[in-house]
Design a protein around this ligand. Sequence first.
Ligand code: 0PR
Length: 355
Amino acid sequence: MEPAVPQPQTFDRVLSSMCTRPHPAARAAAERFLATNPGDPETYRSVAGLEQDVVDRLGEVTGLDSPHGYVASGGTEANIQAMRAARNRTEAADPNVVAPESVHFSFQKAAEVLGVDLRITPVDTDRRADPDAMADVVDADTALIVGIAGTTEYGRVDPIPALADLAADADALLHVDAAWGGFALPFTDHEWNFSHAAVDTMTIDPHKLGQAAVPAGGFLAREGATMDALAVETPYLESTSQATLTGTRSGAGVASAAAALDELWPAGYRQAYERAQANAEWVAAALTDRGFDVIDPVLPLVAVDLPEPLFDALTERGWRLARTARGELRIVCMPHVTREMLTAFVRDLDDCRSA
Ligand code: 0PR
């Protein structure tokens, strides 16, 4: 007998992930462009064209005319690049970055790699960045203020306009991390993007709620000078400089993001968001009815205080679950998470409790 071909995880019981099943058009595009490298745009010209299309579309999603940027490997790279650009542009000798404690751990990596001092401040009672607490640690060496539009743990949206004021006062740049939230927020009333405030750079990942194949992150900049601050010369390539962090890159991710945006922006993403948000509110209500402490879903992400033995019992039944640093269960209502799945999950939860 032939050995079995390895198969990936199915999405049937995945409630923990910020990635999802790619849109069929995104999957097909990824396969077509597997053997292309947008890191060499003069050789791989068609994928370079697609990358420009993605950047233009991401500009529409985030309210930025004439956007600069590129398709990164993910949110981590985009966040590192935002910090790198700020460090390269500042005149401060010993630059620091100020961010709320809800910031993704990629900023710790960025600070380490770049030798920048990362100053973390407490969040407010609704788990959002507190501009006053941030102002307390801002000084003349602050190069970058970070806000998050859709936090990893609780799906919170920081007060971006207030953070923009803070950045302006400090003569610092403002980065908004919308890696996860960026494809949901356009359909809400939140003030989160380039058109709402003086945002300088942004992370928005097609491979999360954008329904593109991994790897497809998004780095956007308002000014060309930001890209210049990231560019190094590339003497033996036909193109003369490169602003990305990685060299050889996935053309599959780029083409996949282009196809997903083509198919889904804006109507498809709106529909996906509305469905996901309704699912999040449904499961939040189901858990509240059962007496659990639920943190209300501002975006399609529900956190709930669930005793550890229940968490373990559900994991044993095949559910893929994630926890916050404080131990709450996180249910991320990605497009693959259906009402049927959540109904089955709640049924299993009831079962485990009565067992
Ligand atoms: N910024 C925010 C707000 C994020 O939530 C994440 C990832 C990143 C940046 C980093 O993005 P990349 O992972 O693309 O570099 N947040 C999730 C996390 O770290 C990512 C994730 C994705 C987790 C898929 C699980 C999973 O199956 O928890």
